[in-house]
Design a protein around this ligand. Sequence first.
Ligand SMILES: Cc1cc2nc3c(=O)[nH]c(=O)nc-3n(C[C@H](O)[C@H](O)[C@H](O)COP(=O)(O)O)c2cc1C
Length: 189
Amino acid sequence: MDFNTVINSRKTIRKYTNQNISDKDLNSILQSATLAPSAKNRQPWRFYILDDTQKNTIVSMLYNFDNYHKDLKTSVKGSANQMLEANRAIIIYSPIYHSKDKKKYYKKPDYLSLGAAIENMSLECCNLGFGSCWLCDTLYIEDEINDFLKIKDFEQISTLLIGYPKEIPDRRKRIPIKDLILNDQLDSF
Ligand SMILES: Cc1cc2nc3c(=O)[nH]c(=O)nc-3n(C[C@H](O)[C@H](O)[C@H](O)COP(=O)(O)O)c2cc1C
């Protein structure tokens, strides 16, 4: 796909067929992440590629997520359904910077670098004909997932679900550019 086609056709996909994504394609997706820009070229991204058993265990944890906030519970259960269907799930991690550590100033730039890497992955998924969903709902059970996967020195940033799309949703509404520009008197937008 050319650049404009990829940018214009990437959408969050929440329903997947049961077709497998090959290791070769998964490798291309990870490769795209490594090509993202990063603050001081620190490349803070780390990946945990879940196998089916691990994925299903995390799906169960999400189904069991309890919270007094009804909307939150509904969102997390929706994400669990998506994760169950997705053929692949990758959890993206960042190093942890402790408050007394001089490297704590790396935290925000590293978050930005990680966002760039995840977006590259989403775009590469689209380029290869796959759907993806960038999930933050797994953050609500971060500690539980860390215990389960025995992750210690990394902070969860989000999860990327990947699969063959079962349906392509309509484009979600965007705020018009003119409403995004803080300066006044820019009539051309
Ligand atoms: C940081 C981030 C976190 C997100 N978390 C979730 C999530 O937990 N569950 C979900 O279904 N979608 C999640 N999404 C997808 C957004 O809902 C989606 O990007 C947005 O509605 C715009 O739709 P589009 O991606 O199709 O353009 C997330 C997206 C981003 C960038």
